[in-house]
Design a protein around this ligand. Structure first.
Ligand code: FE2
Length: 352
């Protein structure tokens, strides 16, 4: 997993970039509007496709960059269905957000706001707690549907139940700290850990006298619309995918023989079998480029990365490997023919 922790000095907000380093699919958690150039530059440098922006909640202290990132990259915006916000994808407890071969589990952790979420990597190595839990602290509970009792239960049920060594990444820090662990917070958090009871937590939160966030009147109305403001560029229309590509259990992009039969005219097809196989009983598709798997990487150096590629072999094993290899080389639109020439000939027989 590719992982970066980014920081906005003005609002002391942490933004997180996660990506599948092989398939190049990425998500960003809690982007800050003013940091759009930084985030776009990083995505471009690392060659990543942004699939989703995830907001842990409707923020009151900064405007989210989700709407602008959508306008520039086509990434879908994700928030809790309890946040009362408008987004492309509304999620709730137990949902999964997938990107490449990685996924985040959604855990509902209300209490700072009614729609707060914690995102947990599927290996449970990292969790992103937003403002529900900070390093040795937690978000305030005095507005936006906040409820100290609810927050206490959220953290104990949904965060402290993670493995002791699970790394917890907060939505903010004001003292230069970057990360903590489940064990540390359960042991040392002065509001929620160290054996504090629910009633003690409620009393601690009630005694806080906090100023209203300076940006609240601007940030909350903007954030229920994913941070979109008047005059923003209109969303880049998501281009229709070139083919209905699915992923095999090993992560290879695949298309079916049926789809290729209907839509294959004009597509570049690469056959990765050995030359002698092309003249065997299964034959070959018309107009294929022959590039045996062993020499594929050097053969592909000269191919255009702008045009879609379909990769074929005998039964789909070698072409699946080839398609993943081509993706790693930067071919964005590539798929293996599922079942290979065997499936192709079977389709022909069925269709007479
Ligand atoms: Fe917040």
């Amino acid at each position: 997993m590719l992982f970066r922790q980014l920081f906005d000095r003005e609002s002391c907000t942490y933004t997180y970039l996660l990506a599948d380093p092989w398939l190049k699919d990425a998500v960003i958690i809690d982007p800050v509007r003013e940091q759009l150039p930084r985030d776009l530059e990083l995505l471009r440098e690392l060659g990543l496709r942004l699939r989703y922006t995830l907001d842990t909640h409707v923020h009151a202290d900064h405007v989210t960059g989700a709407g602008l990132l959508r306008a520039h990259t086509g990434a879908q915006t994700v928030v809790s269905r309890d946040a009362g916000a408008d987004a492309d994808v509304l999620v709730g407890d137990g949902d999964m957000v997938s990107f490449g071969r990685q996924a985040l589990e959604v855990r509902a952790t209300p209490g700072h706001t009614a729609g707060c979420l914690t995102y947990v990597t599927h290996d449970r190595v990292r969790a992103f707690t937003g403002d529900a839990l900070f390093v040795r602290g937690c978000g305030r509970t005095d507005f936006q549907g906040g409820d100290a009792r609810r927050l206490y239960r959220s953290i104990h049920d949904k965060v402290f139940s993670l493995p002791d060594e699970c790394l917890l990444y907060p939505g903010h820090d004001y003292k230069g700290r970057t990360v903590t662990t489940v064990w540390e917070e359960r042991t040392y958090n002065p509001r929620l850990g160290g054996g504090r009871s629910e009633d003690q937590m409620v009393a601690i939160m009630a005694a806080l006298r906090l100023d209203r966030p300076a940006k609240m009147d601007e940030a909350v109305p903007a954030n229920v619309r994913c941070g979109v403001q008047a005059g923003d560029p209109s969303p880049e229309r998501m281009e229709a995918p070139w083919a209905p590509v699915t992923r095999s259990p090993t992560g290879a992009p695949e298309i079916t023989a049926e789809w290729l039969a209907e839509h294959g005219a004009g597509l570049t097809v690469v056959d990765v079998r050995e030359p002698e196989e092309l003249t065997g009983e299964l034959g070959q598709l018309p107009g294929v480029i022959s590039a045996p798997l062993g020499g594929l990487s050097s053969a592909a150096q000269g191919w255009s990365r702008a045009a879609p590629l379909v990769v074929v072999c005998r039964s789909g094993g070698r072409s699946a490997e080839a398609a993943m290899r081509l993706e790693r080389m930067g071919f964005g639109e590539v798929a293996s023919l599922a079942g290979g020439m065997v499936a192709w000939r079977a389709l022909e027989r069925r269709r007479g």
